[in-house]
Design a protein around this ligand. Sequence first.
Ligand SMILES: Cc1cc2nc3c(=O)[nH]c(=O)nc-3n(C[C@H](O)[C@H](O)[C@H](O)COP(=O)(O)OP(=O)(O)OC[C@H]3O[C@@H](n4cnc5c(N)ncnc54)[C@H](O)[C@@H]3O)c2cc1C
Length: 448
Amino acid sequence: MGTAVVLGGSIAGLLAARVLCEHAQTVVVVERDDVETGAARRSGVPQSGQIHNLLAAGRVQLERWFPGFMAEAEAAGGVLSDLSRTARYQNDTRLVALRGQRQLTASRELLEALIRRRALAAGQVRIVLARARGLEFAGSAVCGVRVEDAEGRSETIAADLVVDAMGRHSQTAGWLAAEGWCPPRVERVYSGVNYVTGVFSRASGVPDLGLALIRYSQGAGPEDLYAAAASAIEDNRWMVLLAGLEDHWPGRTEDEFRRLCALLPAPFPEAVQGEMEAPIATYRMRDNQRRRYDELAHLPARLVAVGDAVASFNPTWGQGISSAALHASTLSYWLCDQPDLGRMPVEFFALQRVVVDAAWEMSAGADLERTAPSGPGTVWARMRRWLRSQIMLAAIDDPGVARRVGAVTAMMAHPDTLNEPSLALRAVLVNHRPGAGRPDASARVPRR
Ligand SMILES: Cc1cc2nc3c(=O)[nH]c(=O)nc-3n(C[C@H](O)[C@H](O)[C@H](O)COP(=O)(O)OP(=O)(O)OC[C@H]3O[C@@H](n4cnc5c(N)ncnc54)[C@H](O)[C@@H]3O)c2cc1C
């Protein structure tokens, strides 16, 4: 390709740009925010001040596209710690520790800045500070992008391929509809999660626990918490999340935030000891959202979409960055196959669907179970649900089952791998061994 244009210069867009370097002479990233000034918070990414957990799949993909990324992140202040320094809780129960590679904890801002630096280092990538306003077509293919800068000057950038990475609120579907194309169906699963994040100073060094994640069934944690997370990040800070459901916003004042954290297990009480370094940041995620490009029978050639523009999830599952990275790898896989770019990119969206389906099943699937539990259903459906609950229960303290479940939640394995009969059998045996007597993690009585 001569020129590939990526709309949106956040994590998904920058990773796509990195991949496109291997297929295009020039890669233009159109970004509405002035990202190169290094301003910490920017309006195009309103979630940037919230805690972001990097799953193993994201870490592996980042290292794939940017060798040495983890070492660089550590040098920039990110905290690399052994997985034994990560604590995961289901309700009041601490889950068995996972073994494996190290965990990186850092702010989303740092991750994005490092990804941008590496993507731009390739030399072929340039960022155009402008807002994308629409697509240009030649017959049934996209051939360019209309952009407008902050002074209102418009221009058209010709493109051999356009990648939409404009995030959850991408306008592309509307532009397609305006040109007479059928826009992708939007699928939504209600989530109703409220994020409240505080940042606190921390004593230097790697703390005993660098990351803690808690999930409470049905939002029934202390004082109706739904989830909580504490992450040791760069510049000797803790980033701490308290999440509630519906109209519950836990810890919206500093005193309230500290008081709630004191009710939680380590490292939460310790994490809020220091000075609060930034105003409390809030964010509401109403629903999981997915644009079904994969279903379209007619879509223009030379246009694909990646990242949140395609699917964004209940953030407590931490899937967004890893999904964006896997979409970039999907783009690479598709382009390496030398597709005819003059034809509809159905193969790309079919490949991407595998990744999106897997993430969607975990996060949107869990929200569906929580908000609209399925009825009894067929015998097979009931059996499948029972076996899944057995696997989740066994994963609390059986290292073998925990490893398999952990691989799925870290997006290193497909959820279908949990359907293997041998795993279900092991889980049932673990749960029913004499003296097991463990509480059912999905049905704990809440502490209030
Ligand atoms: C509260 C919250 C918590 C989260 N926590 C996690 C987590 O723990 N772990 C995780 O992996 N993920 C998490 N995510 C998801 C993660 O933030 C995103 O998946 C990630 O940022 C990648 O998104 P993206 O690049 O596709 O889109 P975004 O990051 O939303 O970026 C879209 C970009 O497009 C630009 N843009 C938009 N419109 C235009 C236009 N017209 N012209 C030019 N530029 C435009 C924007 O300025 C922005 O730079 C969380 C999300 C939320 C909301």
